[in-house]
Write a protein that binds this ligand. Sequence first.
Ligand SMILES: Cc1cc2nc3c(=O)[nH]c(=O)nc-3n(C[C@H](O)[C@H](O)[C@H](O)COP(=O)(O)OP(=O)(O)OC[C@H]3O[C@@H](n4cnc5c(N)ncnc54)[C@H](O)[C@@H]3O)c2cc1C
Ligand code: FES
Length: 340
Amino acid sequence: MSSYNIALNFEDGVTRFIECKAGEKVLDAAFRARINLPMDCSDGVCGTCKCRAESGSYDLGEDYIEDALSEDEKDSGLVLTCQMVPQSDCVIAIPASSTVCKTGQSTFAATVTKVEQHNDAAVVLELAVDAAGPVFLPGQYVNIDVPGSGQNRSYSFSSAPGDSTISFLIKKIPGGVMSTWLEAAQPGTKLDLTGPLGSFYLRDVQRPLLFLAGGTGLAPFLSMLEVLARTNSQQKVHLIYGVTRDLDLVLVEAIEAYAAKLPNFTYATVIADAQSSHPRKGWVTQHIPADALNDGDVDVYLCGPPPMVDAVRKYFDDEGVKPNSFYYEKFTPNVVQKAA
Ligand SMILES: Cc1cc2nc3c(=O)[nH]c(=O)nc-3n(C[C@H](O)[C@H](O)[C@H](O)COP(=O)(O)OP(=O)(O)OC[C@H]3O[C@@H](n4cnc5c(N)ncnc54)[C@H](O)[C@@H]3O)c2cc1C
Ligand code: FES
């Protein structure tokens, strides 16, 4: 391979992808891409360029001093970008905002290809991107400008990175800005998107995964499952998909398809409505099998509306459940401006 794809995640949630040539240091590759990562000496002496490598393999070089990066820091995944030479695609968390690093969000254009209604509860929106398929980390989101409204809304990709058709799973909110636009949206309409964004993304898969989805919070997990399927993952993955009403249960056939593609993937659907005849009722937390927690040696990913995310986090705290790692995304609604 002659180059690697490096995701730089800034602390304001912006992600920029840069190409790092074989043998090239991350700091130099970022500079080529006109991104000024924190640095001072560029010689492995000051430690100013210290960042966290979240995934990937790399050579840290030998030309730095212990004061700049200690053994413990190195063992905990910290790196010096002025020394680090990637040996695979990598994800690096930058402890500075994108603005400080003189960069910002990427924007791109896309064209509506499909608007598919599901049970009057949700919509699958498919877009063809005008250039190469956007790169993002599975689980991340974009902001989509809602035509004619002067507003945008955030949506998690439900498709896999790099595809030239991207998709989203969007809950229908009566009277909502995006929801109302979607009612009459037609194929061929151009949209402007900003992103990728967010720190909710699939990390290196090293242990069993537990995915907890609330409603359209299923979207990022579809992206993650597609990536796991494409990389022939053999890891144990359990998804619990909870919704409020029977009609909110959408895309179960898409999940079922992953049960066929991924040898160690299992899932369960749960409906909160007490009137439902569904076999599993209540909250996702009532349906977590003990073996899915694997005595704590599990990475938990949680996504959904804020009350659901807060309830699950409280449940884990109350029950003393301490997974190896715990990542969550809240689908926080925008503050809607009221007319004066
Ligand atoms: C990081 C992130 C990722 C997101 N990803 C997704 C996604 O993949 N799929 C998805 O469906 N949504 C997602 N959302 C939520 C999405 O951005 C919008 O808030 C949502 O789609 C409502 O937009 P709207 O324009 O239709 O309604 P708005 O015009 O924003 O809201 C209309 C009214 O409905 C209320 N409202 C908004 N959302 C809800 C709700 N869920 N339940 C009840 N009342 C509500 C608002 O407070 C307001 O009063 C995400 C949010 C964030 C922050
Ligand atoms: S910039 Fe000084 S150690 Fe990297």
